[in-house]
Design a protein around this ligand. Structure first.
Ligand code: PLP
Length: 415
């Protein structure tokens, strides 16, 4: 909607005023620029549940899906679906309220308790998304006397959250401990200092050097925050995340993560950390105070996903083996795959148009993958980001490697 609640097509009506016509022209011009750069992001329509095999409107029947953040295959797990149905029936479709008015059910309190237990932190606060958790944290924790030191490739939601806070900002080079130390020295006079990093960077699947970060933070008296959206549920011996993988669970002070990826994939985000911080977020965090409570079915599904992970790490281990099968097969074929052992496996291509055309060709061979290009990744670093799920079979993975080989040869990427 534009103004006075009128829909966009008012622009075509007789009542169009000059400024709206001008706005339309400007918008069309901007859209043309995106198309011309080959960075247009289309949306394919899925007509089935999320999973390793899906139906896509306009494509052949059974398509292999290799681009969901459904790392553990829990998005369509029967128990996760059933828990959602039961919560819907018992607690209704939604709360029609923010948490502090009449939007808190025992379901939400129970999920917050389980998430604290999972991450081994004092307390937890739920949000409608991790984007909101990142938008709501920094402004509450940090004031003008404080400083935030952020990796230059942190997720957009972290960047936006930091923009909202009044702390002094220091941006250190991607995963560069020397540069971080320099910024820690420069910010010595600040009251509180917070080092902020993605646990795993979603475009490259690379893991933050948390041991070094935590050592430096300890040395300079700073706090450490990590965004664990691409780690929660499957990294580390018990799937607790990057901090568990690298043995620093007791040295990372605040964790934000999502329910919208490995933990059932519905929606929702959260912060876990010291109790006084969580208490203050409930009082002051704007996306929490001014946005509706998480729907009961979503909370119910996420709770069940978490229970499955607390009971066993078998699913996470099977995902790790499949990741290595894909990475090895592709590397042997001559492709360059960024990152190391993470299920995010970016097939590096460089050119935006090539990434997009190859993704289209892969779909014709029954494999759904997506090309990523600027501004999502730096210019000249276009890629097809493949994501492995525990729900893929070995034969799904082998089929996808074969399809890449066929498509890569066609476009001269491999010989
Ligand atoms: N942080 C990272 C690193 C992400 O990859 C994402 C999702 O793309 C988010 C935050 C936002 O998560 P949500 O989908 O829960 O808003």
């Amino acid at each position: 909607l534009w103004s006075n609640g009128r829909p966009l097509n008012i622009i075509n009506s007789n009542r169009t005023c000059g400024s709206i016509a001008q706005a339309r022209l400007l918008l069309e011009k901007e859209l043309d620029t995106i198309r011309a750069a080959g960075t247009w992001k289309g949306e394919r329509v899925i007509t089935s549940k999320q999973g390793p095999h899906i139906n896509v409107d306009g494509s052949r029947d059974d398509i292999l899906n290799f681009c969901a953040n459904n790392y553990l295959g829990l998005s369509s797990h029967p128990e996760v679906i059933q828990a959602g149905i039961e919560a819907l029936q018992k607690y209704g479709a939604g709360l029609s309220s923010v948490r502090f008015i009449c939007g808190t059910q025992d379901l939400h309190k129970n999920l917050e308790k389980k998430l604290s237990q999972f991450h081994e932190r004092e307390d937890c606060i739920l949000y409608a998304s991790c984007f909101d958790a990142n938008a709501g944290l920094f402004e509450v924790l940090l004031g003008p006397d404080d400083a935030v030191l952020s990796d230059e490739l942190n997720h957009a939601s972290i960047i936006d959250g930091i923009r909202l806070c009044r702390a002094k900002r220091f941006r250190y080079k991607h995963m560069d401990l020397n540069d971080l130390e320099e910024k820690l020295r420069e910010s010595q006079s600040s009251r509180l200092r917070l080092v902020v990093t993605d646990g795993v960077f979603s475009m490259d699947g690379d893991v933050a050097p948390l041991v070094g970060i935590c050592d430096l933070a300890e040395q300079y008296g700073a706090l450490v925050f990590i965004d664990e959206c691409h780690a929660t549920g499957f990294l580390g011996p018990r799937g607790r995340g990057t901090d568990e993988l690298l043995g620093v669970m007791d040295k990372v002070h605040i964790v934000n993560s999502t329910l919208g990826k490995a933990l059932g994939g519905a929606a929702g985000g959260y912060t876990v950390g010291p109790k006084p911080l969580i208490d203050l977020l409930r009082q002051r965090s704007r996306p929490y105070l001014f946005s509706n409570s998480l729907p009961p079915s979503v909370a119910g599904s996420a709770t069940r996903a978490l229970e499955l992970l607390l009971a066993s790490n078998e699913i996470a281990q099977s995902m790790a083996a499949k990741t290595m099968r894909f990475r090895n097969g592709m590397s042997q074929a001559g492709f360059t795959i960024a990152g190391t052992a993470h299920p995010i496996c970016p097939v590096m291509l460089g050119d935006a148009r090539l990434a997009s055309i190859m993704a289209d060709d892969m779909l014709k061979l029954g494999v759904y993958v997506i090309g990523f290009s600027y501004p999502v990744v730096p210019k000249g670093e276009a890629r097809i980001r493949v994501q492995i799920s525990a729900a893929h079979t070995d034969s799904d993975i082998d089929h996808t490697v074969d399809a890449f080989i066929q498509t890569g040869r066609k476009h001269g990427v491999i010989s």
